[in-house]
Design a protein around this ligand. Structure first.
Ligand code: BV8
Ligand code: ZN
Length: 250
């Protein structure tokens, strides 16, 4: 048996035994759907660092520029379809008693693949929120008819309903994530560079509470040395192999 086959067999065994699995995904799981990642070679808008555009300061300084970036990303995501990795995680719900899927992604592809109970840590690119009255509108219109868009209710400037760098993550999201890590037996960490906090510390929390952590990523990540099983392959190829379909609910 090759080292990879051995790791897959180990991961399958851990997943078979688990009644609650926490999953954390990042931009890497959507890469095979053609959605550019943040920090890869084809990273979003090479000449801009996300940390320069995805901030409240950048938005208030130049709402038009920041909205042009999001409009470009909405266009990039619009034609994206879930890949076998997204579908495998949606399928996992039928084999494990409880799955909590925590995603840093804002593309909505997990929901499109059929996953329920998705915790969107960083918001959703298809939602537009009023900066004044807080009204949230779901809009799939690409390109946006007006940049920057205005609130349909009060006419004030609207922003993408996402969490920017320097902004607090909603406490209910943090609570749901930490509760899932506390209650799970296994945590899957898929396609995230492990740079952005607080998501980046979740694998450490899982290890500190003696959970089995399985990472799937093409590259080395800062906390990989802490994890139990590290698979350096594409998530779209590996995830469908991890859940044998003859498992019934435990
Ligand atoms: C917070 C939404 C409390 C927007 C995003 C100094 C001042 C202020 C704050 C900080 C500071 N220092 C640190 C911080 C905290 C900051 C932070 O972590 N900064 C980083 C840059 C150091 N975090 C915050 O500000 C968070 N809030 O902490 O509040 C606070 C408040 C004030 C002050 C201090 C603390 C809020 C962070 C949320 C930012 N918003 N997105 C948008 O999307 O436009 S983050 C953004 O990065 C995306 O959500 C993205 O998902 C996320 C993480 O990136 P990844 O998903 O990991 O993607 P990446 O491209 O990096 O990696 C892809 C990986 O996939 C790679 O490893 C690659 O190898 C792999 N891969 C590729 N293809 C495949 C694959 N793997 C498998 N298969 C494949 N096929
Ligand atoms: Zn409004």
């Amino acid at each position: 048996m090759s080292e990879l086959e051995d790791k897959i067999a180990q991961a399958q065994e851990e997943i078979q035994k688990a009644s609650h699995i926490a999953v954390l995904t990042g931009a890497g799981i959507s890469a095979e759907s053609g959605v550019p990642t943040f920090r890869g070679q084809e990273g979003l808008w090479q000449n801009f660092r996300p940390e320069e555009l995805a901030t409240p300061e950048a938005f208030w300084r130049d709402p038009k520029l920041v909205w042009e970036w999001y409009d470009w990303r909405r266009n990039a995501v619009r034609d994206a379809k879930p890949n076998p990795g997204h579908y495998a995680l949606a399928e996992l719900e039928h084999y494990v008693q409880k799955i909590t899927l925590i995603t840093q992604n804002i593309d909505g592809l997990h929901q499109m693949a059929g996953s329920h109970d998705v915790v969107e840590m960083h918001g959703n690119i298809w939602q537009i929120k009023c900066t004044k009255c807080g009204e949230i509108e779901e809009s799939y219109v690409v390109p946006l008819p007006e940049i920057p868009p205005k609130c349909k209710k009060c006419g004030e400037l609207a922003r993408p309903n996402v969490v920017w760098f320097g902004e607090m993550i909603d406490m209910s999201v943090i609570d749901a994530s930490l509760q899932a890590i506390e209650q799970c037996q296994v945590m899957l960490i898929i396609g995230t560079s492990g740079v952005v906090e607080p998501a980046a510390s979740m694998g450490l929390v899982a290890k500190q509470t003696n959970k089995t952590v399985i990472e799937i990523n093409l590259e080395e990540t800062p906390s990989a040395g802490l994890y139990d099983i590290v698979i350096r392959e594409k998530s779209g190829e590996i995830l469908p192999l991890l859940f044998t379909s003859n498992k019934t609910l435990s």
